[in-house]
Design a binder for this molecule. Structure first.
Ligand code: HAM
Length: 441
């Protein structure tokens, strides 16, 4: 017997309908925010990720050489692909570009709770707009999806941070521009590492200053209050004052979007991906348990890096299906779908052909219909109809066929009625409105 590869999942119908529930909510809320769906290949040139996504993702790539000797990789994320797609069409696309995608991604990670080697993401990105209005729109979309899925303030929080703010702090600490990426990487990993490991990373980046930088970073990470943050920023000259205004405007806008209650200022978030340049955020369960439900931020330089000359500001986020499903399940918010047909045909062996025509007719009218695929007795058909979970049985015997009629039996109440075959659809629609056939007296 073969099994799925480690970190890959099967989706039998029940799991698939739960996944589709997420996808339906993603699509409906994205539509309400006027985002357009797009799609892209799952296999891309390996080089697309090597530098653009940063060392963490590069080390997790599923990659191989194809038969044409091309180095290729299964996409670990969508952002580099999106940047490539948009760069190739930039002149013909009206701005701002508001696009979303639902698709499968692959990372060779150690499989664990909330982490697989194949997972789905909902990605939403807004390109061509550098004002904080775009960041606010994206965060409001993320929160809107969570709310539509039934998650409230007691279930999740969005931890908001800013790479520009961090760069101002690092500048203030006297850290040279060339050392900043390594320091930001150490800050990103510090939440998951022992303090000694962080100290080592800081010491490697800035020999002789590790301890001092670590204690300053710990102080900065503790800031969780807007007033304290604004005061600090305002002491960093005009750049700091401008950033303080951006923070204020973003939070005001989020208030307007009615999602401010989900937002927690948390400077421990810097994001592991290399391309972020501005506000960044991650959504977590309110308890703080588990891995991130979603993450994103602004990446104003990525398109230029990929295209060489196109300057297009961009921001976006992705929600992952695994942690989100776990969170919904834990809170009893994953609907269990009843997968049953609306109708089940029961007919005599002589009536099979006209029965199948009735089935075809009802299917065209939008009803989900099942029927026995081979001849069998009435007893067995009734049993199968019951097992199928169908609400109504359509019964076509000799008598009904002779009179061009069909009997509808409500399998919930056991009530029955006989209708003209050419009025079947009308009668079924009427029953839907009325809620069924009354029980026999
Ligand atoms: P990310 O933080 O790497 O961001 O992933 C976003 C979400 O995808 C995570 O919060 C998590 O829910 C899910 N995820 C990531 N890796 C795994 C995994 N191995 N197993 C299960 N779920 C996982 C990005 O991917 C950015 N490209 C998002 C973005 C879009 N930034 C701008 N636009």
């Amino acid at each position: 017997m073969f099994e799925t590869l480690p970190g890959f999942r099967d989706f039998p119908p029940e799991a698939c309908s739960q996944r589709n529930h997420l996808f339906r909510v993603f699509r409906n809320v994205a539509r309400a925010f006027d985002f357009r769906e797009y799609d892209a290949p799952v296999l891309e040139p390996l080089d697309l990720y090597i530098e653009k996504s940063g060392p963490e993702i590069a080390s997790q790539l599923f990659h191989f050489q194809d038969k044409g000797q091309r180095e290729v990789a299964l996409r670990p994320e969508l952002t580099p692909t999106l940047a490539r797609m948009v760069a190739a069409r930039v002149n013909s696309l009206p701005k701002p570009i508001k696009w979303y995608n639902i698709g499968e991604h692959f990372r060779y990670e150690r499989p664990q709770k909330g982490r697989g080697r194949s997972f789905y993401q909902f990605n939403a990105d807004l390109l061509g707009e550098n004002s904080v209005g775009a960041d606010a729109e994206l965060i409001a979309l993320l929160c809107g999806i969570m709310q539509t899925l039934g998650l409230g303030e007691n279930h999740f929080a969005l931890r908001l941070s800013d790479r520009q703010t961090w760069l101002l702090f690092l500048d203030h600490l006297g850290i040279k521009p060339e050392n900043r990426p390594a320091i930001l990487d150490a800050i990103d990993k510090s939440e998951r590492r022992k303090p000694e490991q962080t100290l080592n990373a800081l010491e490697t980046a800035c020999p002789g200053h590790g301890e001092e930088i670590l204690s300053s970073i710990d102080e900065i990470k503790k800031i969780n209050n807007l007033d304290v943050l604004l005061e600090k920023l305002s002491s960093f000259g005009s750049e700091g004052q401008q950033r303080a205004k951006d923070w204020q405007e973003l939070l005001n806008l989020l208030d307007g979007h009615q999602v401010a209650h989900f937002i927690k200022i948390d400077l421990s978030i810097v994001r592991g991906l290399a391309y972020y340049t501005g506000f960044v955020y991650e959504a977590f369960e309110a308890s703080g348990e588990g891995r991130a439900l979603a993450g994103g931020g602004r990446y104003d330089d990525l398109i230029k890096k990929l295209s060489g000359n196109i300057d297009l500001p961009a921001a976006g986020f992705a929600i992952g299906d695994m942690t989100l499903s776990d969170c919904l399940q834990k809170n009893g918010l994953l609907p269990t779908y009843v997968m049953a047909p609306d109708l089940f045909l029961i007919c005599g062996s002589e009536q099979r052909m006209s029965g199948i025509s009735l089935v075809a007719h009802a299917r065209k009218a939008g009803f989900a219909v099942s029927h026995p695929l081979k001849e069998s007795g009435f007893g067995k058909q009734f049993k199968d109809a019951g097992k199928s979970g169908a609400r109504y049985a359509l019964i076509l015997g000799e008598e009904e066929e002779a009179e061009k009629k069909v009997k509808i039996k409500d399998l919930k109440s056991s009530g029955e009625m006989t209708v003209d075959q050419d009025k079947l659809i009308q009668e079924l629609e009427k029953l839907e409105e009325e809620g069924g056939i009354g029980a026999p007296s």
